[in-house]
Write a protein that binds this ligand. Structure first.
Ligand code: 26Q
Length: 813
C-alpha cells in the first residue's frame, strides 16, 4: 500500500527540497546553479503536483470500492485559473516551498508568476464549472469533469490605439506541468458517413474518424483527501486519416492535410459567448466532447457494474448548457445500436441519467443547428432526434389534443425560416431535471423561454442559484482579508462553512476592526495600482473609491451606462471639484471578436479614459482605466481591491452573474439592478448595504413592448444631453455616431431610461463613502452575509435536489 508514491509525499522542508532538486535534475536535466527561472517553476510545479498524486490514487481506490453514484459534469468550457498557489495551499506546502526556495536563493513570488492559467472558457459559465468542481471535491462527492483541451484558449486581449486586438493564447507553450497525458485511453470518434441496416438494426458507418486523446488535471478538495479529476480531450489524427496514396507518391505535404483537418477540432476555443451556430467546426467540437466522454463514462460504469438497469442509479450527467446536449442522442445510439437495448428501456435510462442547466434567457443565445448540417455530420443522430421528437410530440398530442400550435412550439425542430434543431428542447426532453442559475432566472425560464415545457412537466423545473469558491476568491485572491477574518473568527472553519462569516456582522461597527478592514483594502489597492501602472502607465490613488465594472462585454451588461456616468462626473467635477468623491473607475473585459457594437464601446472607454486622465482640472479626483486581458488571474487582483461593484445589466437579461458574488464576498458594495442573483444578494446583505436602481424585469419588458422614445429622455435631461453631446463632438475620438445611434434609435437595453436612476444611486454611494465608518460597516456586512453564495452551498443544492449522490470519504494514508 505504501508503493511508489512514497517518494513524493513528504511535507518537511528536507523532503520537499530533495524532491525539488531531484525534479530539476531528472525532469529538466539541470541543477540549481544553472537553472533558469522557468526550470525552477516547472520543477516546483511537478513537486507540488506529485503531492496530490497519492491522494488521487487513494480517491480512485475508495471510489472503486464504494461503487457510488458518480456525478459527471459535461462542459465545453473550464476556467480553472492558475494552479500553483492553489495546490500549494491545498497540500499545505506553501510555507515549506517558500522557505526551501529562499534557501536556494529564489523567491516564491517571482517563480509563481510563471504559472499560466488555462483559459479554456469565455466567462461565467466556464468559471462556474471550475467552482463547482472545487466544491464537489471539497464535499467528497465522486465526480469527473469532462471538457476539451483547446490548444489555444480564449484569445489574449491587447489594447492598441484604444481598440481591442486579439492574440492567440498558446497557454501550454512553455509546457503544461499540471496535466497528466493519458495516451492509452485514446478513443475513436466518427463523423459523416451513412446509416446501414443489418438484420433489422440500424447502425452508423462513419466516413471519417478522429481520435480523442485525454489528459487529466487534478481537482483537489480543500481540507479533505479527495482529489477528483477533470478530463480534457484533444483531437489526434487516426493514422488512417493519412492519405497513403499521396504519401507513397512523394506528396507528403499534401498527405498531411487530412491530419491537420482532424486535429483542428480541438485547436481553438470559439470566443463568442452566444451565437456561433452554423459553424461546422463548432458542432464537431461538441460531438467530439460528447462522444469521447460518454464512452469514458460507460467504460467507468463497466469497471464496477455489469447490468444496464443500474446505470442511472450509478450515473448522473449534468449538461452545462446545451453545448453538450448531443449527449442525449449519443447515449441513445450507444444503448440501442451498440448495446442492443430496446428503445423504451434506453429512453428511460437516458432520461434518468441527464440533468440540464440553462445559463441564459436571451433568445438569440439559444443554440439551434441547421438540420442539413446536422444530417451530413451526424446522420444517425438526426434519425434518433426525429424518433425522440415523435414520441415527445405524441405525448403532447395525447395530453393536449388538437393543439397544433403547442406542438409546433414544443417540437425539437424549428421549421421557419429554415429547419433547425433546438438544442434546449433536446436537453429538456432528454433530462429529468432542468435548472436555472438564480431565482429570477429560473422563474423567468419557466414563465417565458421554456414556459410550454414547464406546463408539460412542472416537476422537472427547479432553481439552483450559482455560487463561487471561497477558497479561490477569498483565501487565494485576498490573503490579507482571509487572515483578518480567520483571526477574528478564531480559525479557518469559514473556508468550508461560509455561513460562519456571519460572525463578522457583530464587528461591523467596531472602529478598531474597521480600521484593520480599511488597511487590508488599501494594501490590496496598492497591489492593483502597481500592476495597473506597469501595464498601462496610469497611476491610481489607493485612497480613492475603487469602482469596478469587470466582466465580458455585452450590450445588455451596459458598460455604456457606466461610461455615461463617467462622462457626467467629468463634467460635474470640472465645474465643482467637490461634486464627487475621489474615484478610480476600472473597466476590464473581453469582447467577442465579431461583436462589433461592443468593440466600439471599448474604444469609446479608452477615448474617455485618455481625455479624463489628461485633464488637470480633475487630477486626483477622477481616474479611468481600461485594464487589458481580463481573466481569472486578473480578477484575483481586481476583486480584492474593489470598493464598489457595478452589476448594472438590464433587468431580465443576466441569468445570474457570479462576479457580483466574488466582489461582495471581498467587501465591495454593489450598485445594481434587480437582475439575476443581484436580487438574492440584496436580500441577504440587506437593502441598506446595496445601492439599487433601475427598472425591474417586468417593467423592462413592458417598456420594450410600448413605444419607448429614448430621444425624449435625452431631450429632457440636460446632463444626459451634455454627455451625449460630448460623445458627438469628437473629443473622445471622431466618429462615434454609431454608438449614439444605437442609444437614440432603439436603445434596446434601456440605457437612457435607467440613466437618471443610476446617477442618483451613484450619488448615494458617494455620500456613503464620505463617511468612512458608515462605508466600512456596509463593506463588512457585505462580506458577513455572503455565505449563501459559496459554491459549497450550490453543490449541496445540486446534490439534494438533482444528483442524490452521497459523499465517499477517502481515508488518510
Ligand atoms: C454556443 C454555441 C456556439 C458558440 C458559442 C456558444 C457559447 C459559448 C459560451 C454560448 C454561451 C457561452 C457562455 C455563456 C455564459 O458564460 N453564461 C453566463 O453563465 C454564468 C454562470 O451561470 C451566469 O452567471 C451568467 O449570467 C451567464 O451570462
Amino acid at each position: 500500500p505504501n508503493g511508489p508514491a512514497l517518494r513524493a509525499i513528504g511535507t518537511t522542508a528536507a523532503e520537499f527540497e530533495r524532491d525539488l532538486v531531484s525534479n530539476l535534475y531528472f525532469e529538466r536535466g539541470t541543477t540549481m546553479e544553472s537553472a533558469s527561472a522557468q526550470d525552477v517553476y516547472q520543477s516546483l510545479a511537478v513537486t507540488v503536483r506529485d503531492r496530490l498524486v497519492d491522494r488521487r490514487a487513494r480517491t480512485a481506490t475508495a471510489h472503486q470500492a464504494a461503487n457510488p453514484r458518480c456525478v459527471y459534469y459535461l462542459s465545453a468550457e473550464y476556467m480553472l485559473g492558475r494552479q500553483l498557489r492553489q495546490n500549494l495551499q491545498y497540500t499545505g506546502t506553501e510555507e515549506v516551498a517558500r522557505d526551501v526556495l529562499k534557501g536556494l536563493g529564489v523567491s516564491l513570488d517571482e517563480i509563481a508568476d510563471f504559472d499560466v492559467e488555462p483559459s479554456l472558457g469565455n466567462g461565467g459559465l466556464g468559471r462556474l464549472a471550475a467552482c463547482l468542481l472545487d466544491a464537489l471535491a471539497t464535499a467528497d462527492i465522486p465526480a469527473v469533469g469532462y471538457g476539451i483541451r483547446y490548444d489555444l484558449g480564449l484569445f489574449r486581449q491587447a489594447i492598441v490605439d484604444g481598440a481591442q486586438v486579439e492574440r492567440p493564447d498558446d497557454w501550454a507553450f512553455d509546457g503544461s506541468p499540471w496535466e497528466f497525458p493519458q495516451q492509452d485511453d485514446r478513443q475513436a470518434v466518427g463523423f459523416y458517413g451513412r446509416v446501414e441496416v443489418e438484420a433489422g438494426r440500424r447502425r452508423w458507418i462513419p466516413e471519417e474518424t478522429v481520435l480523442g486523446e485525454p489528459s487529466h488535471m487534478l481537482v483537489p478538495g480543500y481540507g479533505t483527501q479527495t482529489v477528483n479529476i477533470v478530463r480534457l480531450w484533444r483531437a489526434r489524427a487516426d493514422s488512417d486519416a493519412f492519405n497513403l496514396a499521396d504519401f507513397a507518391a512523394g506528396r507528403s505535404a499534401e498527405a498531411v492535410q487530412e491530419v491537420l483537418r482532424s486535429e483542428n477540432i480541438s485547436k481553438v476555443l470559439y470566443p463568442a459567448d452566444s451565437t456561433e451556430f452554423g459553424r461546422e467546426l463548432r458542432l464537431k467540437q461538441q460531438y467530439f466532447l460528447v462522444s469521447c466522454s460518454l464512452w469514458d463514462i460507460v467504460r467507468r460504469f463497466h469497471l464496477r457494474n455489469s447490468d444496464w438497469t443500474v446505470f442511472a442509479d450509478k450515473t448522473v450527467i449534468q449538461l452545462n448548457d446545451t453545448h453538450p446536449a448531443l449527449a442525449v442522442p449519443e447515449l441513445m445510439r450507444l444503448l440501442v445500436d451498440e448495446y442492443e437495448l430496446d428503445w423504451d428501456t434506453a429512453w428511460s435510462i437516458t432520461r434518468r441519467t441527464f440533468a440540464y442547466t440553462c445559463h441564459t434567457l436571451l433568445p438569440e443565445a439559444l443554440e439551434t443547428w441547421p438540420v442539413a448540417l446536422f444530417e451530413r455530420l451526424l446522420p444517425r443522430h438526426l434519425e434518433i432526434v426525429y424518433a425522440i421528437n415523435q414520441t415527445h410530440l405524441d405525448e403532447v398530442e395525447s395530453r393536449f389534443p388538437g393543439d397544433g400550435d403547442l406542438r409546433r412550439r414544443l417540437s425539437l425542430i424549428q421549421e421557419e425560416p429554415e429547419r433547425r434543431i433546438r438544442m434546449a428542447h433536446l436537453a429538456v426532453v432528454g433530462s429529468h431535471a432542468v435548472n436555472g442559475v438564480a431565482e429570477l432566472h429560473s422563474r423567468l425560464l419557466a414563465e417565458t423561454t421554456l414556459a410550454d415545457f414547464a406546463r408539460l412537466w412542472p416537476e422537472r423545473f427547479r432553481n439552483v442559484t450559482n455560487g463561487v469558491s471561497p477558497r479561490r476568491f477569498l483565501r487565494l485572491a485576498n490573503p490579507r482579508l482571509a487572515a483578518l477574518i480567520s483571526e477574528r473568527l478564531g480559525g479557518e472553519g469559514w473556508l468550508t462553512d461560509l455561513d460562519q462569516l456571519r460572525g463578522l456582522a457583530a464587528l461591523a461597527g467596531d472602529s478598531e476592526f474597521q480600521r484593520r478592514w480599511r488597511v487590508v483594502k488599501r494594501d490590496n489597492k496598492l497591489d492593483l495600482a502597481a500592476y495597473v501602472r506597469a501595464a498601462t502607465g496610469v497611476v491610481l490613488d489607493p485612497d480613492a473609491l475603487c469602482d469596478v465594472h469587470v466582466k465580458r462585454f455585452h450590450e445588455y451588461k451596459r458598460q455604456l451606462l457606466k461610461l455615461l456616468h463617467v462622462i457626467t462626473l467629468h463634467d460635474r467635477l470640472r465645474a465643482d471639484p467637490g461634486a464627487d468623491v475621489p474615484r478610480t473607475v476600472v473597466f476590464a473585459g473581453k469582447a467577442a471578436p465579431s461583436y462589433h457594437a461592443v468593440k466600439r464601446i471599448i474604444q469609446l472607454i479608452n477615448g474617455v479614459a485618455k481625455v479624463v486622465n489628461a485633464d488637470p482640472a480633475v487630477a486626483g479626483r477622477l481616474t479611468v482605466v481600461f485594464l487589458p486581458d481580463y481573466n481569472v488571474t486578473r480578477a484575483e487582483l481586481i476583486v480584492p481591491a474593489a470598493d464598489l461593484s457595478e452589476q448594472i445589466s438590464l433587468a431580465g437579461k443576466e441569468a445570474s452573474g457570479t462576479g457580483n458574488m466574488k466582489l461582495a464576498l471581498n467587501g465591495a458594495v454593489t450598485v445594481g439592478t434587480l437582475d439575476g442573483a443581484n436580487i438574492e444578494l440584496r436580500d441577504r446583505v440587506g437593502a441598506d448595504n446595496f445601492f439599487l436602481f433601475g427598472v425591474d424585469a417586468a417593467c423592462a419588458a413592458e417598456v420594450r413592448r410600448g413605444d419607448y422614445r429614448p430621444g425624449e429622455i435625452a431631450g429632457s435631461d440636460p446632463e444626459l444631453a451634455a454627455a451625449l453631446a460630448a460623445i458627438a463632438d469628437g473629443r473622445y475620438g471622431a466618429g462615434f455616431g454609431d454608438v449614439l445611434d444605437t442609444l437614440l434609435g432603439r436603445d434596446e437595453y434601456l440605457t437612457l431610461a435607467d440613466y437618471r436612476a443610476y446617477l442618483d444611486a451613484q450619488d448615494a454611494a458617494a455620500a456613503a463613502w464620505r463617511d468612512p465608518a458608515r462605508w466600512t460597516a456596509m463593506s463588512i456586512r457585505n462580506t458577513a452575509h455572503c455565505g449563501f453564495f459559496s459554491a459549497d452551498r450550490t453543490v449541496a443544492d445540486y446534490r439534494d435536489r438533482i444528483w442524490h449522490a452521497d459523499p465517499v470519504p477517502v481515508p488518510p494514508r
